[in-house]
Ligand binder design. Structure first.
Ligand SMILES: *Cc1c(COP(=O)(O)O)cnc(C)c1O
Length: 389
């Protein structure tokens, strides 16, 4: 594990000195598929060390490498590898750790497509997965089989915002010789550094906070040189789901403001979450930064801050909640999150609980609150009428 030499803000604003590009302040986009050599000897030397050379952009590209080095430094990992999407990074990380006949334990609140990859796609390699409530380590322990090779975590999860005790999970994984992977998209390396808590591989959807402007789909895997060299040779180079230099440049640009964006998201998110807790028709606010959250003290222990994606629950009928969501003006209805714009999605927990997931963007939090207040009149009216009838 490498040390972080500079603080987050300095790291994100300061590029390594580069005297090859006329002093250009922005690193160039190397928009090329291949690299050429001045002699056969040089070419052969590069081929011998193919994984470390600039030979072909499916292997390495300088613009993508600058981004990979920056993310590795932020996560305190030895190496990072970027992919064309979060799912390309996640499926590659998983495939690099399991063989035919292996068993995986995964938290049941994991991102939907990750769940589908584990529970359905991997069956064709005879790799099975047990999904457990990850809030309690005992559930992971009792799901363990002699062939358990991987424990997959996502803390917090991204609909109900449940946490796992990361250090306890990695201690246990090491005791049974299993690898751990965590999806760190919600907290980002600004607020959570899982490699410091013994996690082997950190994965991100760079589509979300890291790029931060809703204009790129991308992913990354971070970890030790040893684990990454396998991924480089196999899942990255052979499966080929690489990140384009153009998109790497957009992410580098978006990440300039990652630390200050996260501060603002945290502030606005907590403000709205506190406001929601006071509403009579809301039964629960799922935000780990609230004292009422069942894992608030664990959150304070393993995170240094909070993202602004969270949810609230209500027992009012789906149709009424839908009407309220349709009335929101500053929240656009849409999947994903992590950009500048506030977003909302609606989920059904069970027959009488609706989950409304909010993503608090960079708009003025007071105006976001007013927008919610106005739409909530629909819920308030319904509740009053029904209490009186
Ligand atoms: C969006 C998301 C992913 C998948 O990332 P893509 O870039 O869409 O492939 C994975 N995990 C979490 C928590 C996400 O929100």
């Amino acid at each position: 594990m490498t040390n972080q030499k500079f603080s987050n803000n300095t790291l994100l604003s300061h590029d390594p000195h580069d005297d090859q590009h006329h002093g250009a302040v922005t690193y160039p986009i190397y928009q090329n598929s291949l690299f050429t050599f001045s002699s056969v000897e040089e070419y052969e030397k590069a081929r011998e060390k193919m994984l470390d050379s600039y030979l072909y952009t499916r292997g390495n590209n300088p613009t993508v490498k600058l981004l990979e080095d920056r993310i590795a430094a932020l996560e305190l990992g030895e190496q990072a590898r970027c992919f064309a999407s979060g799912m390309a990074a996640i499926s590659s990380a998983i495939l690099s750790t399991v063989q035919t006949g292996d068993h995986v334990i995964c938290v049941d609140q994991v991102y939907g497509p990750t769940r589908e990859f584990l529970s359905e796609y991997l069956l064709k390699f005879n790799i099975s997965t047990t999904f457990v409530n990850g809030c309690n380590l005992d559930n992971i322990k009792s799901a363990t089989q002699p062939n358990t090779k991987l424990i997959y975590l996502e803390s917090p999860s991204s609909i109900l915002f449940e946490l796992q005790d990361i250090q306890a999970c990695t201690n246990y994984a090491k005791s049974i010789g299993a690898i751990t992977i965590i999806d760190n998209s919600w907290a980002t390396p600004i607020f959570q550094k899982p490699l410091l808590m013994g996690v082997d591989l950190v994965v991100h959807s760079l589509t979300k906070y890291m790029s931060g402007h809703s204009d790129v789909v991308a992913g990354v895997v971070v970890g030790s040189k040893e684990l990454l060299s396998n991924i480089n040779k196999n899942e990255h180079l052979l499966l080929g789901g690489i990140l384009s230099p153009q998109n790497a440049s957009l992410i580098l640009r978006g990440m300039r403001t990652l630390a200050i964006r996260m501060e603002q998201h945290q502030k606005s998110g907590l403000k709205i979450a506190n406001f929601l807790e006071k509403q009579p028709f809301i039964t629960k606010v799922n935000h780990p930064g609230l004292q009422s959250h069942p894992f608030h003290s664990l959150a304070l222990k393993q995170m240094s801050g909070f993202g602004s994606l969270f949810s609230f629950e209500t027992n009012l009928p789906y149709e009424i909640v839908k009407e309220m969501v349709n009335h929101l003006r500053l929240f656009r209805i849409g999947v994903s999150w992590g950009g500048y714009e506030s977003l909302v999605t609606l989920h059904k927990k069970n027959d009488n609980t609706q989950v409304v997931r909010l993503y608090i963007g960079l708009e003025d939090p007071e105006e976001i609150k007013e927008d919610l207040q106005a739409a909530f009149q629909i819920l308030q009216k319904y509740q009053t009428e029904n209490a009186n009838s």
